[in-house]
Design a binder for this molecule. Structure first.
Ligand code: NAD
Ligand code: DAU
Length: 357
């Protein structure tokens, strides 16, 4: 790795990864290409170390010539593709941008990478790494075994269907053209800089404002939660030691229900920022997400056994750190929630929920 292109590096995981790579790789140059949609924000990158090795470029991965020129101009040898529309609820309300960015955009980044790689004199030193999700595998019943890398794809939301399509394209470029790719499929991330439309930051911020804490349906859906820094470490390891053409599952190896997560957040807030009544009294069950996947669980034996990675944070540690981070970064919170049509989204998703069908 010498000149690394990170797409979507102004979003939640991408910005954490930019910071992680600048800290842990002393020699490389990082080019961050991001369209700065509602989910991307340069404030997520305000505290970068070793900034002289970092360049930001605003642009859209749906613009093929722009992506191709960027790869050529910066002599990119490594592409780490995070850019995506990432929120399931938004994909239900408006799927079109998910098809464009996640499928057409990924195709553009792949094709631009293929152009650069095929002309390169040093073909062995090139990599396209694709960031994907456990949601491509569908939904599990409570007794089903966890997803492995060979679980058949069964996506059920416009978001997961578009990510599944992008995974297939990435593998197609490996098998058809020999483009050196790797893929990671990860479970739910949480931690600093997560946009507060996702469950954990939304619950923290609503609680602090004394607003209801919306739990979809019975709240017994299960997710596998991973602290974002552990995800960054796993991606870095796959870049360094992963086998070309391979997929690696990444997860936190925990199985809480949503209602348990919400109660844990309330408990940490009761301790760190006590209010007149327990925060859990704000919990409200609201109409369910259409097509809501009941359970995800990741079998991470492959990355553990082959690459020696396992998550460092327990759910309790990571969640506590996350609550503390949001409490100590109120300026960031105020900025993010005052722009990017955040309030419009809350109104659209939470008022008249029974109409979201
Ligand atoms: P995010 O929504 O926080 O950030 C996405 C970033 O992509 C934003 O900065 C946005 O501006 C940028 N972007 C969107 N459309 C673009 C376009 N057309 N051109 C250029 N940039 C564009 O997402 P995230 O939660 O950080 O997720 C990052 C990646 O990880 C996604 O591919 C997602 O599918 C995957 N993933 C996320 C999770 C999770 O729990 N958040 C788990 C597994 C996998
Ligand atoms: O599993 C990986 C995926 O995790 C990523 O690929 C996605 O990009 C990421 O957004 C996330 O998807 P989820 O739909 O699982 O995350 P979200 O935070 O939106 O919801 C987590 C769970 O909480 C889910 O079961 C829905 C529920 N939920 C969510 C919100 C926003 C609620 O009960 N209330 C809410 O208000």
């Amino acid at each position: 790795m010498k000149n690394v292109l990170i797409t979507g590096g102004a979003g939640f995981i991408g910005s954490n990864f930019v910071r992680y790579l600048l800290r842990n790789e002393p020699d490389l140059q990082i080019i961050n290409l991001d369209a700065l949609t509602y989910a991307g924000n340069l404030e997520n990158l305000s505290d970068l170390p070793n900034i002289e090795r970092y360049t930001f470029i605003q642009g859209d991965i749906c613009d093929f010539s722009f992506v191709k020129q960027t790869l050529e101009k910066y002599q990119i040898d490594t592409v780490i593709h995070f850019a995506a529309e990432s929120h399931v609820d938004r994909s239900i309300v408006g799927p079109a941008s998910f098809i464009q960015t996640n499928i057409v955009g990924t195709f553009n980044v792949l094709q631009a990478a293929y152009n650069t790689w095929s002309k390169s004199e040093n073909k062995n030193n090139f990599r396209f790494h694709h960031i994907s999700t456990d949601e491509v595998f569908g939904s599990l019943f409570s007794t089903d075994p966890a997803f492995t890398e060979i679980t058949p794809y069964d996506p059920r939301s416009p978001y997961s269907a578009s990510k599944a399509a992008s995974d297939h394209l990435v593998r197609a470029y490996y098998h058809t053209y020999g483009l050196p790719i790797t893929i990671t499929n990860c479970s739910n991330n949480y931690g600093p800089y997560q946009f507060p439309e996702k469950l954990i930051p939304l619950i923290i911020l609503n609680a602090l404002q004394g607003k209801h804490l919306p739990v979809y349906g019975d709240g017994k859906q299960v997710r596998d939660w991973l602290y974002v820094e552990d995800h960054c470490e796993a991606i870095h390891l796959v870049l360094k030691k992963g086998k070309l053409g391979e997929t690696y599952n990444i997860g936190g190896e925990n199985q809480p229900t949503n209602i348990e997560i919400v109660n844990m957040i309330c408990k940490f807030l009761d301790e760190l920022k006590p209010a007149s009544s327990p925060y859990a009294s704000l919990i409200e069950h609201v109409p369910d997400r259409p097509g809501h996947d009941r359970r995800y669980a990741m079998n991470i034996d492959k990355i553990k056994n082959e690459l020696g990675w396992s998550p460092k944070h327990t759910l309790a540690n990571g969640l506590r750190e996350t609550v503390e981070w949001y409490l100590s970064n109120i300026d960031w919170v105020n900025l993010i929630t005052s722009q990017n049509n955040y309030q419009n989204w809350l109104n659209k998703n939470y008022q008249n929920r029974e109409e979201i069908k």
